[in-house]
Every structure is written in structure tokens, then in C-alpha cells.
Design a protein around this ligand. Structure first.
Ligand code: SF4
Length: 76
């Protein structure tokens, strides 16, 4: 049995809420990953980004005017 997940292509989304200004660009591009709370600040419900959403999540993170979002490799 293979217990590793390396082949899935999944990534992790990291949001710096302190940097977020609530423009909502990320949530428009990739609402499956980036959500806005009632204060209008970004959060990620589940920081694991499945492989099929990685491209769009990266687009969303790159579109952030505050550079508050990162898509990073899963660790461990
Ligand atoms: S695009 Fe950036 S500043 Fe705008 S809501 Fe998303 S994280 Fe916040």
C-alpha cells in the first residue's frame, strides 16, 4: 500500500489575512478555494487545494493586488 500523496498534484493554499484588503479578486477567480468572511477578508475553508483546482487557485493568488495568497507544495 502506498501511503504517500505525492502523485496527486495537490497543493496548499496559504492566506495572509493581515495583508488582505478584501478586494475579492481571488474569490471571483477561484471561489472553491478562496472565501470571504463577513468582514470581507479572505479565508480558506480547507487549505488543501485538489489537483484540478491548482491552476485556478494559482491564478487567483497571482491576481491578488496585496500579494496575500500563496499556493505552496504540501509538506510531509
Ligand atoms: S484578492 Fe487578495 S486582497 Fe483581495 S480578497 Fe483576495 S486575498 Fe484579499
Amino acid at each position: 500500500m502506498n501511503s504517500g500523496d505525492e502523485s496527486t498534484g495537490a497543493m496548499r493554499a496559504v492566506a495572509d489575512r493581515g495583508a488582505c484588503c478584501g478586494y475579492g479578486v481571488c474569490a471571483e477567480i477561484c471561489p472553491e478555494v478562496f472565501k470571504l468572511d463577513e468582514a470581507g477578508l479572505v479565508y480558506v475553508e480547507d487549505d488543501i487545494v485538489p489537483a484540478e483546482l491548482v491552476e485556478r487557485a494559482k491564478e487567483g493568488s497571482e491576481a491578488c493586488p496585496q500579494v496575500a495568497l500563496q499556493i505552496v507544495p504540501l509538506e510531509g
